[in-house]
Design a binder for this molecule. Structure first.
Ligand SMILES: Cc1cc2nc3c(=O)[nH]c(=O)nc-3n(C[C@H](O)[C@H](O)[C@H](O)COP(=O)(O)OP(=O)(O)OC[C@H]3O[C@@H](n4cnc5c(N)ncnc54)[C@H](O)[C@@H]3O)c2cc1C
Ligand code: SF4
Ligand code: SF4
Length: 461
């Protein structure tokens, strides 16, 4: 019988969500932060019941049932939406689209604070008994964040802000069985997919999760990302506490945020603007391979999805705006009610605007994926089924760019492992060549794109 270790971990497809561990009936699986700085399940005892439950809930299962192959199929199976809903190729089925913020939570939030507002609404109106969200964790030197169960609205302040750090669900989900009650959970698209697959596989056990919120995702960052950022403020791994990734500058634009952390023994945070660190997203630094085979950037299976409004005029406001994709009538009613009572300031936006706000992410996920699928098939690498088709004719420039991103992904992990004990001293020198080439090819590609559009405009006028 296939399991996640032989089919997912062995094929370097694990993103470390932890769902397989949560559903393992024989408690044969555990999860740990592996040597690449992401969570990985491992087999602890040899009494696996061989039901393959772990694989059935895995968002990267390379061998899913026919009707569960892609997000669109799964959304039909769970019945949260039907074909009358709007359909975007970029971000799935939806009811309505907004950009806005929740004044009460915006200041302490990553973007518009809508996530924290929603979690509070769900608790306040007793739609659920508990919410499952992420908080800082000081109990372990190697783990800065974890999922927790929250019952008290006052504790929601502890959950705000984006954590670019691996966080897994197994520990917290196991507790839900003992506690009973109704739950809402917020997570990355792959985590929400894993939950939906678990609900399909065992509706009785996982029916307790009544509401799901997905945050948009441009790719997971391994724990090395935090170490790397901390090294920029002269804090070594082992000395890092309370990392924060999205410290806002309300006088600047939304994308102008800083990383901060406190060195052990000190009181004052040390911080560095992310624009001084350089592009960490387009380059794929410290990203697991699994993310390169994920095409759901917005959480298509959630009741509601939230992202950053990286488009003008919203992006000009350093206090932050959220993009909101309501995917059910119920979640849309929650947002509309928030607007009516003046707790949310929101504007309806178009699907084009949502796409535009995530354009780079989308290009990497879909166009890039078509190249990666071709290369994987040429090398006979096993990958999960995707709706994106393999590219037929490779554009040599694009091919080079996507190839270099994969190279940086691997090199960043390898070089950090080699250099982390020296405070990352030799890291930049080692990665310089690949980074420089990527920058060069990207610039050329942008120039071609500009020329193409200028030529099109000329023809029209
Ligand atoms: C790895 C990662 C990549 C992202 N990539 C993009 C992107 O490409 N484009 C984009 O628009 N937005 C992206 N986001 C989401 C964005 O940064 C905001 O988290 C989101 O818009 C919510 O903002 P808010 O102000 O409403 O949240 P807040 O009110 O600040 O609340 C944040 C909520 O998110 C939850 N949360 C934070 N980090 C995690 C995590 N790692 N795992 C699970 N839950 C978490 C917290 O529990 C909390 O409930 C990403 C987030 C992460 C963690
Ligand atoms: S992706 Fe999640 S469910 Fe799949 S093997 Fe990894 S931890 Fe388990
Ligand atoms: S890119 Fe996909 S697989 Fe990777 S963390 Fe984000 S949602 Fe999960």
């Amino acid at each position: 019988m296939k399991n996640v270790i032989s089919s997912v971990v062995a094929n370097d497809l694990c993103v470390g969500c932890g769902m397989c561990v949560a559903v393992c009936p024989s408690e044969s699986l555990k999860v740990r932060l592996g040597e690449k700085g992401t969570y990985e399940p491992f087999m602890i005892q040899d009494h696996c019941d061989e039901t393959g439950n772990c694989l059935k809930v895995c968002p990267f299962n390379p061998f899913p049932d026919e009707e569960l192959k892609i997000e669109e199929d799964i959304s039909v199976k769970i019945g949260i939406q039907d074909s009358s809903y709007n359909l975007s190729k970029a971000f799935g089925r939806y009811y309505s689209l907004y950009a806005g913020y929740a004044s009460a939570f915006r200041e302490e939030a990553s973007s518009g604070g809508v996530a924290t507002w929603l979690l509070r609404e769900l608790l306040k109106n007793k739609i659920v008994d508990y919410v499952i969200a992420t908080i800082g964790d000081n109990s372990d030197e190697e783990r800065f964040f974890k999922y927790t169960i929250i019952e008290d609205i006052g504790e929601l302040d502890l959950t705000t802000k984006t954590k670019y750090y691996p966080i897994e669900v197994s520990e917290v989900l196991k507790l839900t069985e003992l506690k009973g009650g109704k739950y809402a959970i917020i997570g990355l698209p792959c985590t929400i997919k894993a939950i939906r697959l678990a609900q399909i596989n065992n509706p009785k056990r996982w029916g307790c999760i009544k509401f799901t919120i997905s945050i948009f995702c441009g790719g997971l960052k391994s724990s090395f990302f935090t170490e790397y950022l901390a090294s920029k403020v002269n804090v070594k791994h082992g000395e890092i506490t309370t990392p924060k990734y999205r410290v806002k500058d309300i006088k600047s634009s939304a994308s102008d945020y800083s990383f901060s952390c406190i060195k052990k023994g000190e009181q004052k945070p040390r911080s560095i603007p992310m624009k001084e660190v350089g592009d960490m997203w387009g380059t794929g630094y410290f990203k697991p391979n699994a993310c390169d085979f994920c095409e759901d950037l917005s959480g298509e299976l959630a009741d509601i999805s939230l992202g950053d409004a990286w488009i003008p005029p919203f992006s000009k406001d350093g206090r932050g705006h959220s993009i909101i994709i309501t995917r059910t009538v119920f979640s849309n009613n929650l947002i509309e009610k928030g607007i009516d009572i003046g707790e949310l300031s929101c504007k309806q936006i178009s699907s084009k605007q949502v796409f535009k706000s995530q354009e780079g992410n989308y290009n990497h996920r879909r166009i890039g994926l078509s190249y990666r699928l071709k290369w994987a098939s040429e090398k006979a690498h096993i990958v999960p089924p995707k709706r994106t088709k393999r590219v037929f004719f490779e554009n040599p420039l694009k091919s080079r760019i996507f190839g270099l991103r994969q190279k940086i992904q691997n090199e960043s992990t390898q070089y950090w492992l080699e250099e982390r004990n020296n405070g990352g001293m030799g890291f930049e020198k080692k990665i310089y060549g690949t980074k420089k080439k990527l920058l060069l090819y990207t610039r050329i590609e942008h120039l071609f794109r500009k020329k193409y559009w200028l030529r099109k405009l000329k023809i029209r006028s």
